[in-house]
Design a binder for this molecule. Structure first.
Ligand code: ACO
Length: 311
C-alpha cells in the first residue's frame, strides 16, 4: 500500500494495481484500451446475429428459453463493455459509427453462417468456450472498469458454454442424423474458433506493449493452446471428433499438438471477405436505423427532465 492519487501510471502497473478512470495514463494506453474494448463490445452485439437467427426455429420451448436468455446476455455484455469504453472518454455513438463504417473491427468468428440447429450448440461449446479462455485473464487486466466487466461476463459465458455442450451431447447421442448434424457443426466451427485467439505471437503487433501494460496476461498462442487442451477431452466425452488429423498428445509438453492454422483465412475474414461480413454489418446498420426513434424519444425525455430540474 501506498496512498492513491500520488501514484504514477508506471507505479500502478509495476504494483499490478488497477488503473482507474481518474488516474493519469499515457495516450497510447488509453487508445489501446479503446480499440480492444470497442472491438470486444462490437463482437458481443454482432455475435447476437448467428444465434438470433435460430430463436424462431428452436426445437422446443426449453431450448428456446435458453437461447433467448443467451442472446440477451450477449446484448448485456455489449452494454457493460460500451460503458467501460466510455470511462476512457469516448462516446458510444462514435464507437457505433466506427463499427458501421468498418473503422473498428469485431471478432472474425461472427462472420460464419449458422446453417443448422446444431450450430447453436457448437457455437456455445466452442465459441463461448474460447471466449472464456480469452476473457478470464482479462478479469486481471490493468484497467479497472474493463477487468470488473469481465466478472459477470465470464459467469454468463460459462452458462453459455455449458448449455452448448449439453445440447451437443443430446444431439450426439440422438439419432444417426442428429449425430451427423452435431459432427458437421463441430467440423465447421473448430478451425474458426482457434482463429479467435488472433494471429500467431510472432505476427501479433500489439502483444508486446499490451503485455507490458498488463492488458494482456497471456499470449495469443498460449491461450489458443489452453483452449485446445480443454476441448480435446470434451470432444471425446461428446463422442465427436475434431477435424484435425494432426492432433496428438505431446508427453513432453503435457499438451496437445495440433495442425497448421490457415491464418490467410483469418486475414481475409477480418478484412471483410468472410462468408457473412456484409450480412452482419447490413443488419446491424438497419437495426440501428430502425432504433433511431427510441434514441430521439430518450433524448427528448432527458431534455424535458433537465428543464424541470432547472425550474
Ligand atoms: N477477429 C478480428 N480481429 C482480430 C482477431 C479476430 N479473431 N484477432 C486479432 N484481431 C485483430 C486485432 O484486433 C488487431 O487489429 P487492429 O490493430 O486493427 O486493432 C490485429 O488483428 C492484430 O492482432 P493482435 O496484435 O494480436 O491484437 P490484440 O493484442 O488486440 O489481440 C485479441 C487480439 C486476443 C482478440 C484481443 O484483442 C482480445 O483479447 N480482445 C478481447 C476479447 C474479444 O474481443 N473477444 C471477442 C470475441 S468473444 C465474444 O464476444 C463471445
Amino acid at each position: 500500500g501506498y496512498p492513491r492519487g500520488v501514484s504514477t501510471f508506471e507505479a500502478l502497473i509495476a504494483a499490478q494495481d488497477r488503473v482507474e478512470p481518474r488516474d493519469e495514463m499515457p495516450g497510447d494506453y488509453r487508445a489501446t484500451l479503446v480499440r480492444q474494448i470497442a472491438q470486444h463490445a462490437h463482437s458481443e452485439i454482432i455475435g447476437m446475429q448467428p444465434e438470433g437467427d435460430w430463436i424462431t426455429r428452436a426445437p422446443s420451448l426449453r431450448r428456446k428459453a435458453i437461447l433467448l436468455a443467451k442472446v440477451q446476455d450477449e446484448a448485456g455484455h455489449g452494454l457493460y463493455l460500451y460503458a467501460a469504453a466510455e470511462t476512457l472518454g469516448v462516446d458510444r455513438d462514435d464507437l457505433l459509427e466506427a463499427l458501421h463504417t468498418g473503422r473498428q473491427k469485431y471478432s472474425s468468428i461472427f462472420n460464419y453462417p449458422s446453417l443448422t440447429w446444431a450450430d447453436v450448440a457448437a457455437i456455445g461449446w466452442l465459441v463461448d468456450g474460447a471466449a472464456i479462455v480469452n476473457q478470464v485473464p482479462l478479469g486481471r487486466c490493468s484497467y479497472g472498469p474493463y477487468a470488473r466487466a469481465m466478472v459477470r461476463i465470464c459467469k454468463e459465458e460459462s452458462f453459455h458454454q455449458r448449455q452448448g455442450f449439453e445440447s451437443l451431447l443430446t444431439m450426439s447421442r440422438g439419432t444417426p442424423a442428429q449425430h451427423a448434424m452435431a459432427q458437421d457443426a463441430v467440423d465447421r466451427w473448430w478451425w474458426p474458433s482457434l482463429m479467435m485467439f488472433g494471429p500467431p505471437d510472432a505476427e501479433s503487433p500489439h502483444s508486446a506493449r499490451s503485455t507490458a501494460w498488463g492488458i494482456k496476461r497471456f499470449s495469443n498462442d498460449t491461450l489458443r493452446q489452453r483452449f485446445v487442451d480443454l476441448a480435446v477431452p470434451q470432444a471425446e466425452a461428446l463422442g465427436l471428433t475434431l477435424p484435425d488429423p494432426d492432433l496428438r498428445w505431446d508427453e513432453e509438453r503435457g499438451s496437445w499438438d495440433f495442425g497448421t492454422i490457415d491464418f490467410t483465412e483469418l486475414r481475409e475474414v477480418v478484412s471483410g471477405n468472410g462468408p457473412c461480413n456484409e450480412v452482419r454489418i447490413g443488419r446491424r446498420v438497419a437495426a440501428h436505423e430502425d432504433g433511431a426513434w427510441v434514441r430521439e424519444a430518450a433524448a427528448a425525455y432527458a431534455a424535458k427532465q433537465g428543464t424541470r430540474g432547472a425550474a
